[in-house]
Unconditional design. Structure first.
Length: 198
């Protein structure tokens, strides 16, 4: 079964597109895009074991840091750059997004919503950092460095002159169409920077 965020990203991406997946993990999304959309894709992943698994599956991948290793790519080299569930794990979000927007005509960002109602309930009533199905880590072993809401991300894009072209919001494997910051456990944003396309 294809995860809904992967299905939505595949729906957004045009057939035959050149794709760079930042924080590609085992390469599952790149394999899906190659099979379903005939995309030409490559990934960057910091975890050496995940890089080996990608290579074993025939996925083009480089081991590296998504903040500092995009300098080898020229401007607008890719049709899409993907940061799905990886941006909140990055130390320098502005640098990562600036570089992604430089090398990609469009950037697809998937972020968890740390202000979904279940998380709010745990903080308010239990006085504990939230642990949910979508956010399964305890405060001491989470890979997340940033804790943001969907509204926070929209506000960030507005402040940084990043245009949000499309959004899709998810909860429990389904799309959410209202009260996204309260109900959705994650969001997918399609971004571009107007000045890059002049």
């Amino acid at each position: 079964m294809i995860p809904i965020d992967y299905a939505i990203i595949a729906d957004i991406i045009t057939p035959g597109a050149k794709v760079l997946d930042l924080g590609c993990g085992d390469g599952d999304l790149l394999v899906l895009l190659k099979e379903k959309k005939k995309c030409r894709g490559t990934g960057i992943e910091i975890d050496s074991k995940a890089v080996v698994r990608c290579l074993e599956r025939g996925v083009s991948v480089a081991q590296g840091n998504i903040c500092g290793d995009l300098g080898v790519y020229e401007d607008l080299r890719f049709d899409y750059v993907i940061l799905n569930e990886s941006l909140q794990q990055v130390l320098n979000i502005e640098q990562a997004l600036d570089e992604a927007l430089r090398v990609g005509k469009r950037v697809i960002v998937g972020v968890p919503n740390f202000c979904q109602w279940k998380a709010r309930w745990q903080v308010f009533f239990k006085g504990e950092m939230p642990v949910t199905k979508r956010l399964p880590f305890k405060w001491y072993n989470t890979p997340n460095l940033r804790f943001l809401s969907l509204k926070d991300f929209r506000d960030f894009c507005s402040a940084k002159d990043i245009t949000i072209e499309r959004t899709r919001y998810l909860a429990n494997g389904k799309e959410v169409f209202a009260f996204s910051n309260l109900l959705a456990d994650s969001g997918i944003f399609v971004l571009y920077r107007p000045t890059q396309h002049l």
